[in-house]
Ligand binder design. Structure first.
Ligand code: ATP
Length: 192
């Protein structure tokens, strides 16, 4: 079983690389951003709470995120090939909760793959994506807040996973195929 965290700043390409990994390796996909956008679309209580945070470039409180995580993970059953965690964890308490949730089930994280992209490139990609996707959080002001949240609350997880012995650094610029080649090299070399 290969449970993998795909990690990086907003606009690093986590979603795009996740889709390619799923297709090649037959893994499941948990995108917490997609889960939240779906809740918003369906007008649920969680969605209403989430919208305020997302449109303001802030993170949803850990407790809410951790509560939904286990049920989404369990929806893949007990003997799957592995799941890609995309957009989770984003804080140290989330990483600790993920570790506990997996270890309660006899599972673990095999790799945390960090997609490393320079700040100017992230900004350019997100502004461009905002034009096409119409995502309410892809405007210049909110993007700046999200990048700031990434640097203060999320990037400490690089050291956290380094200490766990599962951090892999991948250069996140170049063509999609070049980046995916680097990601595949990491996954192909993981022990079963
Ligand atoms: P990428 O561009 O790499 O796909 P992203 O950071 O632009 O990623 P999402 O991962 O879809 O976009 O997240 C969008 C928003 O949803 C975040 O800014 C945050 O408000 C909220 N969110 C998503 N995951 C979490 C989480 N694990 N904890 C708290 N908030 C989250």
């Amino acid at each position: 079983m290969k449970n993998i965290v795909i990690f990086g700043a907003p606009g690093a390409g986590k979603g795009t690389q996740s889709d390619k990994i799923i297709e090649k390796y037959g893994l499941g996909h948990i995108s917490t951003g997609d889960v939240l956008r779906n809740e918003i679309k369906n007008g649920t209580e969680l969605g209403k709470t989430a919208k305020g945070f997302i449109d303001n470039g802030q993170l949803i409180p850990d407790e809410l995120m951790v509560n939904i995580l286990a049920s989404v993970y369990d929806s893949f059953g007990t003997d799957h090939k592995g799941v890609i965690f995309d957009g989770f964890p984003r804080t140290t308490p989330q990483a600790e909760a993920l570790k506990k949730m997996l270890s309660d089930r006899g599972h673990k994280i095999a790799a945390m793959i960090e997609l490393d992209v320079p700040e100017e490139e992230l900004m350019a990609r997100l502004i461009n994506r905002g034009k096409e996707s119409g995502r309410s959080d892809d405007n210049e002001e909110t993007i700046k807040k999200r990048l700031n949240v990434y640097h203060t609350q999320t990037s400490p997880l690089i050291d956290w996973y380094e200490k766990e012995g599962v951090h892999y650094h991948v250069k996140g610029i170049g063509t999609l195929e070049e980046i995916f080649g680097r990601v595949s090299d990491v996954i192909d070399n993981l022990a079963d």
